[in-house]
Design a protein around this ligand. Structure first.
Ligand code: UDP
Length: 321
């Protein structure tokens, strides 16, 4: 890899959000080392970067990444996005989720410390659990069942945050935490198991939409381009050391209403099949307070749900997998 003066390490490079983040970093002139073990990431998401002289791909578990692999580079910042994040993965690969967010985060913090690199941790709205405060500000400590089926993700991200806070306190590392709320868009896995891709898959295969529970639970869906704009600021902007900031879209919608929105977009009646909840602790409501993101990052999501879903649907219609 030919290094520019700033090299950034991104984990989860072949994943949905990581690959979009790297695209923007490369466009901005940075050199990027992308790490991914491809457990849920897909090489196709970064295929177009493989010939770039400013991109290096390392296929590795974050936990196994060593200083030796990196010492010839001058890493200025690390963005830790590697983690399976879909509720179906919570049952499929729970140990991997715990590991990458805890041991993996610790390993990366040690590496960041060696380079005195800035550290950005991708945390999640899941740290708020099934929230008792609505909408959720960063100051809320959450309502998480430590033994629930979602806890492998929720608690691992929470411990990840703990590690990050510790390294800031103990080693004065420049650290930042983003809590990412539901995000959707091109490059998700169609069989990811999350609601937007499940609905799109059902539409493409002419099957009924699966609605878990009564469909009255809410989420606030953010188009990936908006989220990445926030991530870029969180990573590159000075003066954010120690900050924890929610990123997402604050337009809240029920799952039933999401189904209705897709009906409007495809302009046809979509059959709905109501199924039991996948997880008993499925959060009933979720919406970010974005005041801090607006104030500190001048962050404003721009893509509304209809436009974002149309773009996503177009992408999946073209993709064949
Ligand atoms: N959901 C649904 N049908 C699906 C997939 C998910 O009704 O095919 C519901 C799920 O129970 C949850 C919401 O949609 O209440 C969002 O689920 P998702 O898995 O996308 O993300 P989460 O916010 O739960 O992590």
């Amino acid at each position: 890899m030919r290094e520019t003066k700033t090299t950034i390490l991104v984990t989860g490079a072949a994943g949905f959000i990581g690959s979009h983040l790297i695209d923007v970093l490369i466009t901005k002139g940075f050199s990027v080392i992308g790490v991914d073990n491809l457990v849920t990431g897909r090489l196709v998401n970064i295929k177009h970067l493989m010939n770039s002289s400013r991109f290096l791909f390392i296929k590795e578990r974050v936990e196994d990444l060593t200083l030796d692999q990196l010492e010839k580079y001058e890493i200025k910042a690390i963005a830790h996005l590697a983690s399976p994040a879909s509720p179906v993965d919570f049952e499929r690969i729970p140990e991997a989720i715990i590991s990458v967010n805890t041991i993996g985060t610790h390993q990366l913090l040690k590496i960041a410390n060696e380079f005195s690199a800035r550290f950005l941790f991708a945390s999640t709205s899941e740290v708020y659990g099934d929230p008792l405060i609505h909408p959720q500000p960063e100051s809320y400590w959450g309502n998480v069942n430590p033994q629930g089926s979602r806890s492998v993700y929720d608690e691992a991200k929470r411990l990840g945050e703990t590690y990050v806070a510790l390294y800031r306190r103990k080693y004065h590392l420049d650290t930042r935490i983003v809590r990412i709320f539901n995000t959707y868009g091109p490059r998700m896995r169609l069989n990811d198991g999350r609601v937007v891709t499940n609905f799109i898959q059902a539409i493409l295969e002419n099957k009924p939409l699966s609605i878990y529970g009564d469909g009255k639970q809410t989420r606030s869906f953010c188009y990936v381009d908006d989220l990445v704009k926030g991530l870029i600021k969180m990573l590159l902007q000075d003066g954010l050391d120690g900050e924890t900031i929610n990123l997402g879209n604050d337009e809240e919608i029920s799952i039933n209403a999401l189904a209705a929105t897709l009906e409007t977009i495809v302009n046809q009646k979509l059959e709905r099949r109501y199924l039991p909840l996948l997880h008993k602790d499925d959060p009933k409501r979720r919406r970010p307070v974005l005041t801090k993101a607006k104030r500190l990052l001048n962050y404003r999501p721009r893509v509304d749900l209809i436009e974002g879903l149309e773009k996503t649907l177009r992408y999946f219609k073209k993709r064949n997998d």
